[in-house]
Design a protein around this ligand. Structure first.
Ligand code: UDP
Length: 479
């Protein structure tokens, strides 16, 4: 009897970091010989094609194709973090019928080709509805949770926290420790909780999505995470008590680079950026001494007030340390970044600082002039920093960033958690601490983790084996 050939549908959250990691996973699947369809929103696909060579890069994989759908929002919507909830629900309204259609094979691709039927769906973990649809249509679903595993584990504990009366919070003390998150006793404070301002879980839309995701996990055929056993082993064991087939395949960007190098495929420009990368940042770094620069970036979504930007600026300038800062055009909360404001900041410290609006981050972190990273603790940024063995100062804003930063400071001890303070004197002190005073200590632990990350994706490493196992399971599920 003929079996359908394995054909995977990848469906990322419509924002930079999941698009990055899902494209990396897509390419790893292509290298393993799977047929892959990557479902992107029209809005993001336009940006991806404008700023990257992704189209020509993926042309080497004839069994790969992009499909696009509307995200349901008008083109002029800025799709910033403020509109994130709106984006998720408008996309759901479009995606639900589309997924049903594509899973029964009644939708043909834009070029009119008839496609092999889809045999596995890999949606972002937040798209809990894709699990129901897959089950309804008899197609296996293995979500890829692109958030940090420490955050996912907290999500899985939310029902228990509600039952124990730990949430919603009683009182305003953010330093109260949680008692019912296994593996995090004595560590997790309310201020580290993903929804740290939680007043009522029943009305908090993000907490409700997290709860729906938690309900969907036992109905899945597995779960993919962008981490490695030596980093998150204890948490992975806990997560496996809810989903035994949890594949820890990360760090995915390094995994992909390693596989491409093994197959002697050139790793040219492999950006998946939705913004134009400013490569003058690399030229500037080329002229700086080794490990003398701290890289400052708050990812693709977080916003800061003008006061916060100025506190960071003064703290950095007063530290006397060189810095490279990514100031996105939408970094300033509530208003467009004024060119004059950025120009004045840059002029104020041009001998020691450089500002760009978007950087080739992986290359920046890999540069020998970089000695540390002042980050918002997004999961991709954290993994990219770990791979390069660069210690971090964490200034988390929301969701997984809040608990990831706690792990950076207290569990992995590869940096400091500056959470909830934005004061120029503290910033100055922490920058000096990371880059000078306690540099050797941080560097040692960061480099140790970097070695473990590299081993995990090498032949026989835990992430290498997890990916092989995932690909085998996808093939078996296709039969
Ligand atoms: N990034 C980049 N250039 C920049 C800033 C960020 O390429 O100037 C990339 C970075 O490498 C990472 C992603 O954008 O892969 C940000 O993801 P993360 O999970 O750290 O944060 P988020 O944007 O989701 O808050």
């Amino acid at each position: 009897m003929d079996h359908p050939s394995p054909h995977v549908l990848l469906f990322p959250l419509p924002i930079q970091s999941p698009i990055n990691s899902m494209l990396q996973l897509a390419e790893l699947f292509c290298l393993a010989g799977l047929q892959v369809t990557f479902l992107n929103t029209n809005h993001n696909q336009k940006l991806l094609l404008r700023y990257t060579n992704v189209e020509s890069r993926f042309r080497q994989y004839p069994r790969f194709r992009f499909r696009t759908i509307s995200d349901g929002l008008p083109e002029e919507n800025p799709r910033s973090s403020v509109q994130f909830g709106e984006l998720i629900s408008s996309l759901q309204a479009v995606a639900e019928p589309f997924l049903r259609e594509i899973l029964i094979g009644s939708s043909s691709s834009s070029d009119g080709d008839t496609e092999a039927p889809l045999t596995c769906v890999i949606p972002d973990g937040l798209f809990y509805y894709a699990v129901d649809i897959g089950n309804e249509m008899g197609v296996p679903v293995i979500p890829f949770d692109t958030i940090s595993p420490c955050c996912l584990w907290i999500y899985l504990c939310i029902p228990k926290l509600i039952q124990a009366g730990e949430i919603p919070f009683k009182g305003n003390d953010l330093d109260v420790l949680f008692e019912n998150v296994a593996g995090m006793q004595g560590l997790l404070r309310r201020r580290d909780f993903p929804f740290y301002r939680l007043i009522d879980y029943a009305t908090d839309p993000y907490c409700q999505i997290a709860l729906k995701e938690v309900e969907s996990i036992p109905q899945c055929n597995g779960l993919i995470l962008n981490t490695f056993e030596d980093l998150d082993g204890p948490l992975l064991s806990l997560i496996r008590s809810h989903c035994p087939q949890t594949y820890a395949t990360g760090p995915l960007h390094l995994h992909l680079k390693t596989k491409l190098a093994d197959k002697r495929i050139p790793i040219s420009a492999s950006s998946n950026s939705l913004w134009e990368e400013d490569h003058s940042s690399i030229q500037w770094l080329d002229a700086q001494p080794i490990e003398s620069v701290i890289y400052v970036s708050f990812g693709s979504m977080a916003t800061l007030s003008k006061e916060e930007i100025l506190e960071f600026w003064h703290g950095l300038v007063n530290s006397g340390i060189r810095f490279l800062w990514v100031m996105r055009s939408n970094l300033l909360r509530g208003e467009e970044m004024n060119h004059q404001f950025v120009k004045e900041l840059a002029e104020g410290c041009k001998e020691r600082a450089y500002i760009v609006s978007w950087a080739p981050q992986e290359k920046v972190l890999a540069h020998s002039a970089i000695g540390g990273f002042l980050t918002h603790s997004g999961w991709n940024s954290t993994m990219e920093s770990i791979v390069q063995g660069k210690p971090m100062i964490c200034w988390a804003v929301y969701v997984d960033q809040r608990v990831t930063s706690r792990f950076v400071g207290e569990v992995w001890k590869i940096g400091v958690d500056m959470k909830d303070t934005c004061d120029r004197y503290i910033i100055e002190k922490m920058v000096k601490d990371l880059m000078v005073t306690n540099r050797d200590e941080f560097k040692k632990s960061a480099e140790k983790l970097s070695i473990l990350a590299k081993e995990s994706v090498g032949e026989g490493g835990s992430s290498y084996n997890a990916l092989e196992c995932l690909v085998d399971d996808i093939k078996k599920l296709s039969r």
